[in-house]
Ligand binder design. Sequence first.
Ligand code: SAM
Length: 275
Amino acid sequence: MLYLVSVPIGNLGDITARAREVLESADLVACEDTRTSGRLFGLLGLRARKLTPYHEHNAEKARPKLIARLMRGEAVALVSDAGTPLISDPGYKLARDCRAQGIPMTAVPGANALLPAVQLSGLPTDAFYFGGFLPDKSAARRRALQAVQSLPATLVFYESPNRLIAALEDIAAVLGDRTAAVARELTKKFEEVRRAPVSELVGYYKESGAPKGEIVIVIDRGAQAAWTEDAVGDLIRRMLRTHSARDTAALVGAATGLPRKHIYKQVLDAAGHEP
Ligand code: SAM
């Protein structure tokens, strides 16, 4: 069985009892860096049996070997340097292949940087989009931001301190001056969440210098775009495929907030009826 085991992102107290049990009893623990995990296990007082590297540079070669051991019935645990494996960390292809081969798999959940950042941001939590790391280069970063600018969701990105100011500048340029939170050093001694309009955050960090430590950026959703004539027409045509003209007018009116009379005329035009 493959165990996807979360480990702390800073605070050692965040290791779970189940993670301890699985890591100590697994035949093999695959990790990004055997020295980093070895050190962490030492601090946690864990006696893991055997550590083996599994990272982006050796994954193609290492994966078939891990799969072979799993097929023999061994218990393999996968951890990353910190937090939850597969979340902006290696492991997705291993999980994909296990699923394809019918190898049993389970997650041992625990710490990650994503959820505490969303919780502590003070921004709406009903829907959020996690974009992993934004691209390094500004042009690609702006394209990535354009792709999500209309999402009706809080946006979350991992970022490194030396790219923070440039990323915030691109966020302001593409998404506008939304409220955002920079969550830093989560679960650690110097945990900090700074929340302000993006332009203020840019000003603050330009003055104080790029912060140290690990960072998550959380951004408020934009105001809902106004309904254009084309968008309303498109919605009407789609609704008419499965609804009567009367129901379409009522539903589109409710969705857009536009006057019912105005909608009804468009519905009849689209349905090919005389008003
Ligand atoms: N797998 C990890 C998880 O579950 O969150 C994330 C790994 S990713 C390679 C590392 C990034 O996660 C960092 O660059 C930072 O953006 C974020 N991160 C990790 N630990 C953090 C912490 N203690 N505080 C804030 N962000 C953190």
